[in-house]
Design a protein. Structure first.
Length: 358
């Protein structure tokens, strides 16, 4: 940003002085900066300043520099025009690839009590897409509420390959402006995993209740191929509660339960406390930049331990970009938002799928 014209600078200065007691005005890289006297209501004052500077095309940032609280300024990125053809096309493509994946996990004659290929495709696709859609819409609704410029959800179709066919690599939302403060950054990171997890629970309940319990020897006698998958803690608990499988028994899960399994895996991956992942947003808000960086490297190790090799590699690549933090990086996190952050630990424990031996 170049030095502002006099009239523009006067308007910006007036807005800052209206919201904060200004102690000093100075310039950093041609941009005006303001040293302010901190007060207990800085969070509310900053939100008011953000609203006043928005028509001027300026984003304020509240930072601490050398023991002082300063307001810095940055140009506000222009609102991007939403092009709906791409997100709608990707959503439709992902519906198709997840349906195809669902048909591939049908056991056919080996599982006469479970849906056939077409029914399996529908049950798996709609269930998984419901989890992913609600996950992404949790983020999107928070971005609208907190006035964070963000793209529509972009789903990632994945043609099923031999082995574990799931039909998708999830979805992403790109944010073009930072969260206004640490509270909203917690909300932005937590809303998706919480929404997706809450949708996954009833789907898992139905899917596990309609799964089959069969003796392992009977499966072998039929000559049916069976792929054993590790179960997250939540699925283990639900299987014991609903099915009571005895020793030597195998649970052949319903396609809807498998969709819940994939949904829990996606939730766990996103909750790793690293970089720009959902868990990374929350740890950045609660613990600040230094501990966020440490936890990002810890997440790499945890990912390797659990068999999330690709995610660990992606985290290593993302760590180099850092995390911009919220606009107001000085105001603390409220107790309610700390409880919200803590709830994510419980969700991660219940959802984590150990793929190390899979």
């Amino acid at each position: 940003m170049t030095i502002l014209p006099d009239d523009h600078f006067a308007a910006v200065r007036a807005a800052v002085e209206t919201c904060f007691p200004v102690e000093e005005v100075w310039f950093q890289d041609g941009r005006p900066a303001f040293t302010i006297a901190p007060s207990p209501d800085d969070k509310a004052r900053f939100l008011r300043l953000r609203a006043e500077l928005d028509p001027l095309g300026v984003l304020p940032l509240l930072r601490r520099r050398d023991g002082e609280t300063v307001v810095l300024l940055a140009p506000k990125p222009p609102l991007a025009r939403t092009r709906w053809l791409l997100p709608i096309g990707l959503f439709a493509a992902t519906l198709g690839t997840t349906f195809w994946a669902g048909t591939q996990i049908s056991g056919g004659v080996c599982t006469p009590g479970l849906p056939g290929p077409a029914g399996s495709g529908v049950a798996f696709s709609l269930s998984l897409m419901a989890i992913l859609f609600c996950h992404e819409m949790g983020h999107k609704l928070v971005s609208i509420w907190r006035k964070i410029d963000a793209s529509p959800p972009l789903f990632i179709p994945l043609p099923p390959f031999t082995g574990l066919a799931i039909g998708t690599m999830g979805a992403v939302i790109f944010t073009r402006t930072p969260a206004p403060n640490r509270d909203s950054l917690v909300e932005l990171g937590a809303s998706g995993p919480i929404a997706g997890f809450l949708v996954a629970i009833p789907l898992l309940l139905y899917g596990i209740a309609h799964s089959l319990v069969i003796d392992h020897a009977a499966i072998v006698a039929r000559g049916c191929p069976v792929a054993e998958i590790p179960s997250p803690l939540l699925m283990q608990m639900l299987q014991q509660w609903l099915l009571h499988p005895g020793p030597g028994a195998e649970v052949l899960i319903h396609p809807m339960a498998f969709a819940g399994w994939v949904g829990l895996l996606v939730t766990a991956l996103n909750l790793l406390p690293a970089s720009m992942l959902d868990g990374g947003h929350v740890t950045r808000a609660v613990f600040g930049p230094r501990l966020h960086l440490v936890l990002s490297y810890v997440a790499v190790g945890v990912g390797i331990l659990f068999g999330y090799w690709v995610m660990s590699l992606l985290i290593l690549l993302m760590i180099r970009r850092g995390h911009p933090g919220p606009l107001d990086d000085c105001s603390g996190v409220t107790p309610v938002h700390k409880v919200m952050a803590a709830s994510l630990v419980a969700i991660l424990v219940l959802s984590a799928v150990p793929l190390g031996s899979f």
